[in-house]
Design a protein. Structure first.
Length: 200
């Protein structure tokens, strides 16, 4: 039972963001090359849940949205939130910040519009901002090809300490020719994804 519990612990730790009961069972049976009964699996999950429920653990095993995942206990949410805010702001590159500022001021905005303002390919920067949940897909334009539109998220407001979008600094309307954000891109950026170069 202890070995089974440890394997489940490893699977939940490795899962992103969570792993379902059926996925745990399938992975264990393939890994151990044997059938595992539902009773044994549920007992092992219960043992693991009880282990992390102890007061000396900052983590807990939570069953949420049809899967199991590790989460920090409520007592530590503030500390983790402060770290995530610091970490996200620190790791945003110039390219990502330029892209984020355009989304914030022009939302909802398409990738084509973002690139028209920046003058370089912004696919990688957009993906990084989506991964950090600072922007989200908010619909599709009615224009040709119905491109995806992006907007900022509640997490964006939280990270930058904004009560509303009215708290953003007031600036002149963006125009690609006159008010392009950032410095002119070098030739190699125009050939490849700017953010692959800038974000690395």
């Amino acid at each position: 039972m202890q070995i089974l519990t440890q394997h489940i612990e490893a699977l939940i730790f490795a899962a992103d963001p969570s792993i379902s009961y059926d996925a745990i069972k399938t992975a264990l049976e393939a890994s151990m090359d044997t059938m595992i009964s539902d009773e044994d699996l549920r007992d092992a999950l219960h043992t693991l849940t009880e282990k992390y429920a102890a007061e000396d653990s900052a983590l807990e095993v939570v069953e949420i949205a049809g899967g199991f995942r590790f989460m920090t206990k409520a007592a530590f949410h503030h500390t983790v939130g402060v770290y995530l805010k610091q970490n996200t702001q620190k790791k945003l590159s110039k390219a990502a910040l330029e892209t984020l500022s355009i989304v914030a001021y022009k939302q909802p905005v398409s990738r084509t519009e973002i690139e028209a303002i920046r003058g370089v390919n912004s696919e990688y920067s957009i993906q990084k901002l989506l991964d950090k949940e600072l922007i989200e897909i908010s619909g599709r334009s009615e224009g040709p090809g119905k491109p995806i539109l992006y907007s900022t998220t509640a997490k964006f407001m939280d990270y930058f300490g904004l009560k509303s979008m009215h708290d953003l600094p007031q600036i002149k309307e963006f125009t690609p020719a006159e008010n392009q954000i950032g410095e002119p891109a070098p030739a190699e950026e125009l050939k490849d994804k700017d953010s692959v170069i800038q974000e690395n």
